[in-house]
Design a protein around this ligand. Structure first.
Ligand SMILES: Cc1ncc(COP(=O)(O)O)c(C=O)c1O
Length: 408
């Protein structure tokens, strides 16, 4: 198995495991494909949803490509500024955020996408006249599972539909610099229809606001474009989706700019997770391949029952001998990476590659069971470079304080 011109097993040997390995060219290609699909029809800004993966090197690559940023916390905003993004290219979409966070974001000159009436009133006091847009709840949801659907009626996100017009009117009275309207229906949806339905809702609101004299610069359709995780799944046709959505916007509104916020689409299939087999167990009714990565390293299977394709990197193309559960070192039964997978005679020391691990992989990893966060490597044109060191035990406990009275 070769990634970016480098043998996966060599990367595992050189850098150690577990390790996330990102193919730079694939990352660039993904960005260009989505940008070109939409920008050929209308002025488009792609704001990479950096919650999917905030490695500084990955952020640098996307900055070079011309991406903007969708950030959901002051931490993400600061990380992206550190990676070289101008605050003007960042939009902040927080939910249930504090006054101090709003102030910090506003002071940096980052546009704020307001999520609630409460946030609007607080921001009016904190940063009068600030550049804003509003996240609305379109009443359309989509996603790879219930936990990541965000646009449905009654969701915790956004301004409920019946309040959108009064909220924009109030925002005008408060003196905000109103720029746009936003919705995000959820993450990992595989069908284009909900995106079209949401766009219809956004267009309807844009035109009602226009009738009241509130003109918007952009419509932001959020992120959520799904990618195939299973071998038999097909890619969503982003070309057709782009044509339909831009057609609707240009035909029915005067809005000149489209914003989209893909996270998963850009980073997901750029990255594999390599994990070494420590242990093989035949438990009678089940056979286990026990690896050095568990849900501390990749939580998606345990958290969402997500499927990730898995293969043994050093036995690529060999005939499968049996089915195995691929499990990790965490002391919970829910700690698995893949279930019932045909594999070619797995042995201790083999390297398992978990595919499509670039989105919500490292960024959702944790220190559970006091296991240090893992390394990340970037590969390009036959060269592999470390882009994150493995955490040390000292780094894991550096913020903890033992009161003096307990020191003996
Ligand atoms: C507001 C917003 N935009 C964009 C995204 C990115 O979604 P995805 O990675 O599925 O493209 C998310 C993800 O939850 C989000 O909450």
């Amino acid at each position: 198995m070769v990634i970016g011109g480098v043998h996966a097993a060599d990367i595992a040997d050189e850098f150690g495991t577990p390790v996330y390995v990102t193919d730079e060219q694939r990352l660039r290609d993904n960005y260009r494909r989505i940008y070109e699909a939409f920008s050929k029809y209308m002025d488009t800004r792609v704001h990479y949803a950096c919650k999917a993966n905030t490695n500084l090197a990955i952020l640098r690559i996307l900055e070079q490509e011309g991406a903007g940023i969708d950030a959901v916390s002051i931490g993400e905003v600061l990380t992206c500024i550190k990676a070289g993004y101008s605050p003007k290219r960042i939009m902040y979409t927080g939910v249930n955020v504090s006054d101090s966070e709003l102030k910090a974001v506003a002071d940096l000159g980052v546009m704020i996408n307001i999520d609630s009436e409460s946030e609007m009133e607080r921001l009016a006091r904190i940063a009068p006249g600030h550049q804003v847009s509003f996240r609305i709840t379109p009443g359309v949801g989509s996603g790879h599972g219930a936990k990541v659907i965000t646009g449905n009626k009654g969701a915790k996100f956004g301004i409920p539909l019946d309040k959108v017009i009064p909220v924009y009117s109030r925002a005008e009275d408060l003196g905000f610099d109103i720029r746009g309207i936003h919705a995000h229906i959820g993450s990992g949806g595989q069908s284009p229809e909900p995106f079209a339905d949401m766009t219809e809702v956004l267009i309807d609101n844009v035109n009602r606001l226009s009738d009241l004299g509130i003109k918007l610069d952009f419509i932001d359709i959020g992120g959520g474009i799904g990618v195939p995780y299973r071998p038999q799944e097909e890619e969503m046709d982003v070309g057709e989706m782009a044509m339909n959505i831009t057609d609707m916007i240009t035909e029915y509104t005067d809005v000149k700019t489209l914003v989209l916020e893909p996270g998963r689409y850009i980073v997901c299939d750029s990255t594999v997770l390599l994990t070494r087999v420590n242990d093989i167990k035949d438990a009678g009714v089940k056979k286990y391949v026990g690896c050095d990565a568990g849900f501390n390293t990749l939580i998606r299977p345990a958290m969402y029952d997500s499927y990730h394709y898995a293969a043994i990197a050093n036995k690529f193309g060999k005939a499968c001998t049996d089915k195995f559960d691929i499990v990790g070192p965490i002391c919970e039964s829910g700690d698995y990476l893949a279930r019932d997978r045909p594999l070619p005679d797995p042995k201790e020391g083999d390297i398992v590659a978990i595919y499509n691990a670039g989105a919500y992989g490292f960024s959702m990893s944790s220190n559970y069971n006091s296991r240090p966060l893992c390394r990340e490597v970037l590969v390009n044109e036959g060269r592999a470079e470390l882009i994150r060191e493995a955490e040390t035990p000292e780094e894991m406990w550096r913020h903890q304080i033992v009161p003096e009275r307990l020191s003996r």
